[in-house]
Design a binder for this molecule. Structure first.
Ligand SMILES: Nc1ncnc2c1ncn2[C@@H]1O[C@H](COP(=O)(O)OP(=O)(O)OP(=O)(O)O)[C@@H](O)[C@H]1O
Length: 211
């Protein structure tokens, strides 16, 4: 239900413009892929959308059922999975689920048992996250995103650390739990974003200009 509008958005770190003159409408419940080479600015763009990083220039607006919401309140509406966002390693799986779902409602009244089953983690309920394999952690990160009743889902490299079976599992999650959500995916792997109706290459917004 979240619609996002960017008008002449730009981000600069010190003397380097990461993107500039980026105007884009992301309709509610649509899927957008952000592509580009390593270091081109995909994650920087995603963090800007999450209001974790302020834009240097331009405007970013969010609309929930056509009512504008403030950037500082957008965290209530979104979930994010990214390689640079760590899970709390000292929690067990069940403790993490209990903690996470104190702040977000689960979709479709999913029970923790059902969530663990879908993530193929039902036998690891009392295991600390620090003892999870990288693939288990990735399934957990994606599960937390898709099982939360949040209208905006931000995914950075969603299938990193997943094997072929894991990639098919991710695509099933998108199909089953990605409906009625606005989905943004930073990726260089077509399989992760093939279903997206809108694709931008962040490099198209990289204008070399000294300040
Ligand atoms: N906090 C920061 N301060 C200064 N420069 C930064 C900061 N964060 C990112 N950058 C720079 O911005 C550029 C884009 O980085 P970003 O992580 O957004 O790229 P990316 O497309 O996501 O890369 P990758 O595909 O390798 O994950 C890089 O040159 C990076 O060094």
């Amino acid at each position: 239900m979240i619609r996002i509008q960017l008008d002449n958005a730009a981000k600069r770190f010190q003397y380097e413009w990461i993107f500039r003159n980026l105007s884009l409408e992301i309709p509610a419940n649509s899927n957008l892929a952000i592509t580009g080479g390593n270091g081109s600015g995909k994650s920087t763009f995603l963090k800007a959308i999450a209001s974790l990083n302020p834009l240097t220039e331009g405007n970013l607006s969010y609309f929930l059922k056509e009512k504008e919401i403030l950037g500082e309140d957008i965290y209530k509406q979104l979930t994010i999975s990214a390689p640079y966002l760590e899970l709390p390693e000292e929690f067990t799986l069940i403790e993490l689920l209990e903690f996470h779902f104190k702040f977000k409602n689960p979709v479709a009244d999913l029970s923790f048992e059902k969530m663990m089953e879908i993530m193929y983690l039902e036998n690891h309920q009392n295991k600390p996250i620090s003892q999870f394999s990288s693939g288990m952690k990735q399934r957990l990160k994606l599960g937390l995103c898709f099982f939360s009743d949040a209208s905006l889902v931000l995914l950075d490299e969603p299938t990193s650390n997943l094997d072929e079976k894991g990639i098919s599992w991710y695509l099933e999650l998108v199909q089953k739990y990605g409906l009625n959500k606005t989905l943004l995916i930073c990726s260089n792997d077509k399989r992760e974003y093939d279903f997206c109706e809108q694709i931008i290459n962040i490099e198209d917004y990289k204008i070399k200009r000294s300040i």
